[in-house]
Design a binder for this molecule. Structure first.
Ligand SMILES: [Zn+2]
Length: 492
């Protein structure tokens, strides 16, 4: 077989099972927010640790790191890379990830002469996830099998995994049994709020460890350092991080949380196009780094400066997962879409979509995350994508300001002095907007004529009436605005 010694070899790494690992914490107690951010940060450290392992085996400079963030990476290594060495690295990495997560997270490496080859190889291995851990040289490795020790499970992750320690829960008078892995995550969760920069440690006494790799915390930027970007809402006058309950209390009206899940539309297709456009992969590297910077730095800045009450579970690569008060999350979604349109959207012809799922703070947030993912799929199912799914409706971003703005105006009207816009009227209008009755428009006109004493409400309702027949999209957007207003005025 003819080989071209000058050709590059590309190595792709991908972690899977991330979301269920991050969200697989029990919600009992006030520590849910801290546990989520600790686990999601640990996974980010896994990515960095895997890259450190690759760099230890192969000559990889910063310019060779083509894609990073979002649960994996793509790097260029020398073509002469030894297949046996790569196989060993793959097995070593899988074993370390297995040991640290009890098999909840899987990792795979794939390599080839193009990004597609590396990706295809990786997908093949992914379907056989855990293979290298479980099998070695044809025989089953008994120590690779998960051993479930008898006895009590960890209160945090629910797994029975070795020595447990009792610790008091934050701000609460309860003791909780921690396994060693959850204890480590707890320490990181505590310390994380203070960390700015990190880098792989020279020695073996780093501030944090992941997959057997040590990391140091740095006060400022340095070579090889990466930024710790996790916006954490705090009490106005203190350093205490807010709990989900406290965050939900800052919402207008109904104190619900929202999970905001957003990502770039058709990212895989676009990455393929960019990769093919330039044989040196410099375009791919810049493209990926630009997007990662947007999701990491821009979002951090936006939360710090304007949306203090929104909490980052994850942001990087080409997607994000945030939790915040429902009304702030909807405002932020609009700002995100607008900044993305002006930034990476315009530069690369990209769009993004989002799903916003509302939930009471008492319910484990993973349920709302699942719902948020379904909503994101609904948004992407709309023609042209570039949409937001929320409040039982889905709209394109150019309608976002109207849907949310109308919801706010209706809420203001309902809260204004004089009670000229009772909530019961908003309820009746909502039922009409939702109905598919042929007399819908006539009944809407009747309700408006008879009961809408406020000129502002009349003018809004008459505007909607023009679309009542024949424009289901506008009717569903009006219903979303009414749902917004009803949520915002609940309890007032
Ligand atoms: Zn545990």
């Amino acid at each position: 077989m003819a080989t071209d010694a000058n050709k590059d070899m590309l190595l792709a790494c991908d972690f899977s099972g991330i979301q269920s690992y991050v969200l697989g914490v029990k919600s009992a107690g006030k520590a849910q927010a801290k546990r989520l951010r600790a686990r999601s940060f640990l996974l980010e450290l896994f990515e960095h640790a895997a890259l450190v392992m690759v760099k230890a085996n192969f000559d990889v400079s910063e310019r060779d790191v083509l894609v990073q963030g979002g649960g994996g990476f793509l790097v260029r290594i020398e073509h002469a890379a030894d297949a046996a060495e790569l196989e060993n690295l793959n097995a070593d990495l899988q074993r370390r990830v297995w040991d640290e997560t009890g098999g909840e997270v899987q990792v795979s490496l794939g390599w080839g002469e193009t990004p597609e080859d590396a990706r295809a190889r990786l997908e093949y291995r992914k379907r056989r996830a855990g293979f290298s851990v479980m099998q070695n040289g044809g025989g089953w490795r008994e120590d690779g099998l998960s051993q479930q020790p008898l006895g009590k499970p960890c209160d945090v992750c629910g797994r029975a995994s070795g020595a447990l320690e009792v610790h008091d829960e934050d701000d609460e008078d309860v003791s909780v049994l921690y396994c060693q892995a959850c204890l480590k995550a707890r320490r990181i969760g505590d310390a994380l709020t203070q960390w700015e920069w990190m880098r792989p440690s020279e020695g073996e006494d780093g501030s944090a460890q992941a997959l057997g790799v040590d990391f140091d915390v740095l006060p400022r930027e340095a070579s090889d350092a990466f930024r710790v970007r996790r916006w954490i809402p705090r009490a106005p006058n203190g350093h205490e991080a807010l709990t989900f309950e406290e965050i939900s209390e800052t919402a207008r009206g109904d104190n619900r949380l929202a999970v905001l899940k957003a990502d770039v539309d058709d990212m895989g297709v676009r990455v393929g196009e960019v990769a093919k456009s330039d044989a040196t992969y410099e375009s791919l590297r810049r493209f990926s780094s630009d997007l990662h910077t947007f999701f990491l730095d821009w979002i951090y800045g936006m939360l710090r400066d304007l949306y203090h009450s929104i909490y980052t579970v994850y942001a990087g690569g080409d997607d994000l997962l945030l939790v915040g008060p429902w009304d702030a999350a909807l405002d932020f979604a609009g700002a995100l879409a607008e900044e993305f349109r002006k930034g990476p959207g315009e530069r690369y012809g990209l769009t993004l979509s989002a799903g916003v799922a509302l939930t009471p703070y008492r319910v484990p947030v993973r349920h709302a995350v699942e719902r948020g993912e379904e909503l994101l799929e609904i948004a992407k199912g709309r023609e042209g994508k570039s949409s937001c799914a929320a409040l039982d409706a889905v709209w394109s971003w150019d309608r976002h300001a109207t849907v949310v703005g109308d919801g706010k105006r209706l809420a203001d009207m309902a809260e204004a002095e004089g009670g000229r816009v009772p909530r019961s009227l908003l309820h009746r209008l909502l039922r009409l907007a939702e109905s598919d009755s042929p007399s819908r428009a006539a009944r809407w006109a009747y309700q408006t004529e008879r009961n809408a004493r406020s000129p502002d409400l009349r003018s809004w309702a008459n505007g909607v009436l023009e679309y009542m027949d024949g424009d289901e999209q506008r009717a569903s957007e009006a219903a979303a605005s009414l749902r917004y207003a009803l949520l915002a005025t609940r309890g007032s």
